[in-house]
Design a protein around this ligand. Structure first.
Ligand SMILES: Cc1cc2nc3c(=O)[nH]c(=O)nc-3n(C[C@H](O)[C@H](O)[C@H](O)COP(=O)(O)OP(=O)(O)OC[C@H]3O[C@@H](n4cnc5c(N)ncnc54)[C@H](O)[C@@H]3O)c2cc1C
Length: 434
């Protein structure tokens, strides 16, 4: 099959993935003597930090997505193809995709991460992940459909299952998601579903370690737990999931909860096409790279962002899977690729950690910036400002800002719509998460 890529005179850099890392890399190669080809299975960039707001009816999906072609409008050395990359063939410097094969001089994997179900097919089938926009929309539909069903269900156990929400994983995603469901319960559901006894809606956050927000400071962990409990979330720490059959979730403390709403945010793993030797895959299913993001054992294949593990004395498990790491690696690799092409010494990567933050709900967030730590309403404003400024595109910033102001004063969430009904049994790979 022909891939229909124009012939070029400059070295050809293929970037797989238009996420945070891929975009920075491609942008910083503008006006350089290379030809950039970006391939992504979506034709848009996803701002993952706000996925939970799409899943809980706070934002429309298109306010956190941005067309990749529009980002690179006018960049002369840039070409985009919307395709799924299936495998890498390092022996002949080519990749195979759903629209044909492509040759490269330099290949960069910026393919991010995927949900880790730790090998459990049962959890993969019955729980709901939230890594992509299609997944967030599935989640939104499922939550709303279950509430509709609860209204007409007479069996008390089946009704309880429809009204129990269990979020597994107490990292930032789990904390944000359970906080948002609690706000939905307190401010929206009681108005939308007057026939429901809102006290019957229960929210659980299950975390295997003894704290929520593991990588953050003790102050942040303590405040996040207190905030969640004030908001009515049952925070259960030091407990893992033993099984879930779609009706009952069994926990390691022998507690069983009936639930049709189990949301899985308990782990991620590197996501990449076939063809990379297993010798280069380390903990968390990530690809081991050197200080220049080059995959060990290959001279012209690189990996950046969530998919890459740069193991150093300071980072024995690689860098955290956050957007600034991907962006900083993308930016440095743009410089290093030019240096490598010009036969100059590349610069090693040093991560500049600007801090971390998570929001729990209205007026409640936690922020750690080095030794400076604060929680509460000011942290919440800082969280909103940083996320608003990081969104791609002026229109998205404006739409999100207007939505947030409106929700703040009206205590409402505008997009609780079942546009594409969720049906687990008819779900294929295409409709689930890809
Ligand atoms: C719910 C959630 C909340 C988060 N919140 C925060 C936060 O608050 N702050 C923060 O810093 N980070 C946050 N993160 C993490 C952050 O989003 C990631 O660290 C970041 O997206 C990594 O960037 P990346 O470029 O490595 O990959 P991504 O941004 O994930 O991009 C990967 C791209 O590769 C494409 N792709 C993958 N495989 C293929 C293939 N085979 N063929 C073609 N295309 C492919 C995908 O479509 C995607 O566009 C959050 C993540 C999630 C899921």
């Amino acid at each position: 099959m022909k891939s229909n890529i124009p012939p070029v005179n400059f070295p050809k850099v293929i970037i797989v993935g238009g996420g945070f890392g891929g975009i920075q890399l491609a942008k910083n190669l503008n006006n350089k003597e290379v030809q950039v080809f970006m391939l992504d299975r979506h034709n848009y960039h996803t701002f993952q930090p706000l996925l939970y707001q799409v899943a809980t009816g706070g934002l429309e999906a298109d306010s956190i997505a941005f067309p990749l072609r529009k980002i690179f409008k006018g960049q002369k050395n840039f070409t985009f193809r919307n395709t799924d990359v299936l495998s890498i063939n390092p022996e002949n410097n080519s990749i195979s995709t759903t629209i044909g094969d492509f040759d490269y001089d330099y290949l960069v994997l910026a393919t991010g991460s995927d949900t880790n179900f730790f090998g459990s097919k049962e959890l993969e089938h019955f729980t709901m992940p939230m890594k992509t926009i299609p997944e967030a929309l599935n989640l939104r539909s499922m939550l709303l459909q279950n509430l509709e069903e609860a209204l007409i269900e007479h069996d008390p156990v089946k009704k309880a299952a429809l009204l129990n929400f269990v979020v597994v994983g107490g990292g930032p995603t789990g904390v944000e998601l359970s906080g948002a469901i609690s706000e939905l319960k307190r401010h929206v559901l009681k108005k939308d579903y007057p026939e429901l006894n809102i006290g019957d809606v229960n929210i659980y956050l299950i975390e295997g370690s003894n704290v929520v927000l593991g990588p953050m400071s003790v102050q942040a962990q303590r405040s996040a737990k207190e905030f969640l409990e004030e908001m009515g979330v049952n925070v259960v720490t030091g407990v893992t999931v033993v099984s879930y059959d779609g009706d009952v979730i069994k926990l390691s403390n022998e507690v069983e909860i009936v639930s049709k709403n189990v949301l899985w945010s308990a782990g991620v793993k590197g996501n990449f096409p076939e063809g990379i030797s297993n010798d280069h895959i380390v903990r968390g299913g990530r690809i081991k790279v050197d200080r220049f993001n080059r995959i060990e054992g290959y001279s012209n294949i690189f990996a950046i962002g969530d998919v890459a593990a740069m193991i150093t004395n300071e980072t024995p498990n690689g860098h955290p899977g956050v957007a600034p790491v991907a962006m900083q690696q993308g930016k440095l690799l743009s410089k290093n690729l030019i240096k490598i092409i010009n036969k100059e010494e590349p610069e090693p990567f040093e991560y500049f950690d600007k801090g971390s933050m998570a929001t729990v709900g209205r007026n409640r967030a936690v922020v750690d910036i080095g030794k400076i730590r604060f929680q509460g309403i000011f942290a919440w404003f800082v969280w909103m400002f940083v996320h608003l400024m990081s969104l791609v595109g002026f229109r998205n910033k404006l739409v999100v800002f207007v939505n947030w102001i409106w929700s703040y004063f009206s205590f409402d969430r505008g997009t609780r719509l079942i546009i594409r009904p969720f049906n687990r049994e008819s779900m294929t790979e295409d409709t689930s998460n890809k």
